[in-house]
Ligand binder design. Structure first.
Ligand code: AMP
Length: 671
């Protein structure tokens, strides 16, 4: 690993692939993994792992840096690749398909990966990453789909003490790498198995991207237990309750945002998920009301786990009372509890002294799960991995403000810095601000999470000081340079930022001004008289995310392009259901997600037409002008028209055009 100073040389002999190796012997015929439509037994997965390890071996020399990058789509081979890399004594570093190529290239470069593994359908995306100019040598490329059926690797020649390297958002403009030792992961798994009874009959969810360290819990807990890891498809993640029931999931692990989405979908009715015998939430604050609904839906154990990537997955946990009515927490947030076995916590007040019961301060954690530091970044490592006065061991400063309860239970309050979580994704506002500054050269920039002061913000507004053009110009320029969840929905311009008493930029005051401005703009754009359906739709979208601009919503091909995220979209469909009495099915929701506002209005008109009335009256020939005609059509018909537009000569020159159409039933209906 490039320039990572190992702090401790002490690491046991356990390595991350060892549990899988043992389970492959014990549970050979039992299912180990379902992903991308395939289910593999432990024996079958092991055979694939060996083949992949052999392919990595082909690319190795004694000088090879034992780090393997994996383009982490959700196919079975990707999980086999994680184990294949580990079997070869490599650390794995996941690349996220949702990241722009530049970001993935940076991660490749910074981690020093010697090879990149991918499935055939991602070859072009990997080419795009490798085409980004960078200093280091190009890693070897291994197309997993092209590997032969079965091979056995030669004896391994490398032994990386690190199991994986993950990159989290970095406040100064680039992601920072955290390398986790086998010993860190081993300590986490030991602790987890002391407090949770995962076993070979369990069927575990795998809701996280592999770039999120909570995915390591899913994989390594599962394979230690000899259980079955069931990876949801992208469609499953849109309807998670169906996935739970269809796949018979018994152990759930997700960020609360996914639970929130299920709640919005109406999936958390009492007893609806009673097959989930154990549910863990982690990664962001867990609201009490969500925890209560979840507990009623499952009727089984629910826990709130907490931890930063730097301390390996999770380091405290809180078991919720069995009676949902007894679930309590301050600020409507469930406590984060007490340390996992082997870990210790310390809460320091601003003056550096320990907080007593009833006081709050920054949470520091120490123990065998704490990483060495950041890859090739001694400065950031020194700032975050510290030895507090009177303590022998290095502690990681989490940046989280917590309260100490009477029984030592910790309660999360907020962050002491500008790091936030959006749908569970960790985001340093500084990273976005740095890109805004680099784009609006010479201007200062601040990013405001919305809703203001929420522990679970859902959108971002960029504010640029003194830019002499419109904000959307900057937004257009930065689009595609950040993952979607980090891209501000709106960029506003302010002539001058408000300052506080000590002359510093006052983020709180900027947030208030942003809020006022958005409210004013949204009020101005709201129609005065009785609201038409079209305006109602815009109102719903702006209620969900006040940062959405009416103009962008109107121009967008669908609401997601207009800036609504997938969670917001679920909320939107629920409002349609409630307000218009629309019968919402999974299919309708998917159709709506592809429609522009006008198409939705037309869709609603048809869907809400009184029973027996003709669902769609084609306009009399010549009675409508082209734009009106388009607005009145089923959105699939619009696609058909667009297609016909591509053959103007044909359509215009043929007296009775006869078109041979091949398409889905919906498309044909549209025609
Ligand atoms: P990550 O490194 O992506 O796992 O993010 C770690 C950060 O997520 C922590 O420092 C907290 O700010 C936040 N976090 C994780 N779990 C919880 C939780 N249960 N409650 C509140 N915040 C959490």
């Amino acid at each position: 690993m490039a320039n990572l100073e190992p702090r401790s040389q002490v690491h046991g002999t356990w390595q991350a692939a060892d549990d899988f190796r043992a389970s492959a012997l014990h549970y050979a015929d039992q299912p180990a993994l379902s992903a991308g439509g395939k289910t593999l037994s432990y024996a079958a997965l092991n055979a694939r792992v060996q083949t992949i390890a052999a392919a990595i071996a082909d690319t190795e020399t004694a000088q090879t840096q034992p780090v393997t990058a994996i383009y982490a789509s959700r196919g079975a081979d990707i999980y086999a690749a994680v184990l294949g890399a580990l079997m070869r004594g490599h650390a794995y570093v996941p690349l996220n398909p949702k990241f722009p190529p530049e970001r993935n290239r940076y991660i490749l470069e910074r981690s020093g990966a010697s090879a990149v593994l991918y499935e055939a359908q991602d070859a072009a995306a990997v080419e795009d990453i490798l085409a980004v100019p960078a200093d280091g040598p190009l890693p070897q490329q291994i197309d997993l789909s092209a590997l032969p059926q079965e091979r056995t690797p030669p004896a391994r020649i490398h032994d990386n003490p690190y199991a994986y390297v993950l990159f989290t958002s970095g406040s100064t403009g680039q992601p920072k790498g955290v390398a986790i030792r086998h010993s860190n992961l081993g300590a986490y798994l030991d602790a987890t198995f002391q407090v949770a009874d995962y076993g070979p009959v369990d069927r575990l969810s795998q809701n996280f991207d592999l770039t999120f360290d909570l995915s390591a819990h899913d994989m390594f807990v599962c394979w230690r237990a000899g259980a079955h890891l069931i990876v949801p498809s992208a469609a499953d993640l849109e309807a998670p309750a169906d996935y739970v029931r269809r796949q018979g999931i018994t152990c759930w692990f997700s960020v609360p945002s996914l639970g929130q989405k299920m709640r919005q979908q109406g999936a958390l009715t009492p007893g609806a998920l009673d097959q989930l015998r154990l549910s863990l939430f982690c990664g962001e604050a867990l609201p009490v009301d969500l925890a209560q609904d979840w507990a009623r839906a499952t009727g089984h154990r629910v826990e709130n786990w907490y931890g930063p990537t730097e301390a390996t997955i999770a380091c405290t946990r809180y078991v919720l009372p069995a009676d949902p009515d007894k679930i309590r927490g301050r600020f409507n947030l469930v406590p984060i509890g007490t340390p996992l076995p082997g870990m210790e916590t310390l809460v320091l007040k601003e003056d550096g002294t320990p907080a007593s019961v009833g006081e709050s301060g920054e949470l520091l954690v120490t123990g065998p799960q704490v990483a060495d530091g950041y890859v090739a970044d001694a400065e950031k490592t020194a700032a975050a991995f510290v030895r507090p006065a009177g303590k022998d061991r290095v502690h990681y400063r989490t940046g989280d403000r917590v309260d100490v309860g009477a029984d030592g239970t910790l309660q999360f309050i907020d962050r002491i810095d500008n790091q936030i979580k959006i749908r569970g994704y960790r985001v340093e506002l500084g990273e976005i601000e740095s890109l805004l500054r680099a784009t609006a050269v010479g201007c200062n920039a601040v990013v405001v999470p919305m809703p203001l002061k929420s522990p679970t913000p859902t959108s971002l507004v960029g504010v640029v000081e003194g830019w002499d053009g419109p904000g959307h110009q900057i937004r257009t320029a930065i689009k595609g340079h950040l993952p979607d969840y980090m891209t501000p929905t709106r960029v506003l311009v302010m002539p001058q930022f408000p300052k506080n008493a000590s002359g510093k930029v006052d983020r709180g005051a900027i947030g208030q001004r942003v809020l006022k401005r958005l409210e004013k703009q949204n009020q101005q754009s709201a129609p005065k008289q009785k609201m038409k359906r079209y305006d109602r739709l815009i109102q719903f979208a702006q209620e969900i995310n006040p940062a959405l601009s009416r103009k962008e919503l109107e121009q967008a091909e669908n609401l997601m392009d207009g800036g609504l995220d997938s969670m917001g979209f679920v909320d939107f469909t629920v409002r349609l259901e409630k307000h218009f009495g629309l019968e919402l099915t999974q299919e309708t929701a998917t159709e709506l997600s592809q429609m522009s506002l006008w198409q939705m209005v037309a869709f609603l008109r048809r869907a809400l037409a009184p029973k027996g009335a003709d669902r769609f009256q084609p306009p009399a020939p010549g009675s409508l002008k082209a734009p009106e005609l388009k607005r009145n059509l089923h959105y699939r018909a619009m696609r058909a028209l667009d297609m016909l537009d591509k053959f103007p000569g044909f359509v215009a020159d043929t007296p009775k055009p006869l078109v041979l159409c091949v398409g889905s039933s919906g498309f044909m209906r549209g025609i």
